[in-house]
Design a protein around this ligand. Structure first.
Ligand code: ADP
Ligand code: MG
Length: 235
């Protein structure tokens, strides 16, 4: 099964997401404050105290997940366009996901033949691949292989991320990238792939997804490559 970028309807929604994200963070925080207020009351029974504390923890975890999918690399310079060394940026994100891979007994292999550059916002680029790699690892709760490959041609940079995880049904594949679409019952935000599609579009790239249930998923990214790079950017 294959899926091609880009459904314009989804993307209109993406444009309005900034406000929604702040809402998504505020809701659990408001709920957490409510439970803390209950805890501050004088005669709280010990059993209730425990219950409220675990509710506070759950709400804070929800807020943290939204931030992770959306704002992990946010800094004041957000939006700046730079020349990005693909290999270096991917290596950076792989270091970040390594602990999660270890936890799920996932082996990561990467094949970065050659050097390639794209133009884009460094933080967004990292966020995009963090979300894809995390999904790949989360699709393999009892172990598997995550393969990251790059292909550099004079005009294009290709990046493939493949997992041997649970895969997706046709319906799941169709809904990929829809805001709040998640199959991770309470554990997912359903924002990760929406963010991926939006970043790839901003970078004038394309995404192709192949998936089969029980076998795994491959994401193929293609970006226009940047040439004539000055020496200092090559490190
Ligand atoms: P979340 O990870 O919070 O559920 P995402 O937007 O990152 O939200 O992903 C949306 C859904 O797409 C996931 O819940 C899952 O069903 C599906 N998905 C994404 N990547 C993969 C993958 N590598 N393997 C299987 N399913 C995937
Ligand atoms: Mg995700």
């Amino acid at each position: 099964m294959r899926k091609h970028l880009i459904k314009s309807k989804k993307l209109e929604v993406v444009e309005q997401m900034g406000a929604a994200i702040s809402h998504e963070i505020r809701n659990p925080l408001t709920a957490a404050i409510g439970f803390v207020q209950l805890l501050q009351e004088d005669r709280v029974q010990p059993s209730k105290r425990k219950e409220y504390l675990s509710l506070v923890k759950g709400e804070l975890e929800s807020a943290e997940k939204v931030i992770q999918d959306y704002l992990t690399f946010s800094k004041p310079s957000f939006g700046a366009v730079e020349v990005l060394n693909i290999r270096r940026e991917l290596a950076h994100v792989l270091t970040i996901v390594q602990p999660l891979a270890n936890k799920n007994s996932v082996r990561i292999t990467s094949d970065f033949a050659g050097v390639g550059f794209v133009e884009g916002d460094r933080q967004k680029f990292r966020q995009c691949f963090l979300n894809v790699l995390k999904n790949g690892i989360e699709a393999m709760p009892s172990g598997g292989e995550l393969v990251v490959e790059t292909l550099f041609t004079p005009a294009h940079v290709g990046i493939t991320i493949k997992d041997t995880g649970i895969g997706m049904t046709k319906d799941q594949l169709d809904r990929l990238g829809e805001p709040y679409y998640s199959t991770k019952e309470g554990k997912g935000t359903g924002l990760g792939m929406m963010v991926v599609y939006s970043i790839v579009r901003a970078m004038k790239g394309t995404i192709q997804v192949e998936s089969s249930e029980g076998e795994g998923t491959a994401f193929h990214f293609m970006f226009p490559s940047t040439r004539n790079i000055r020496k200092e950017n090559l490190s």
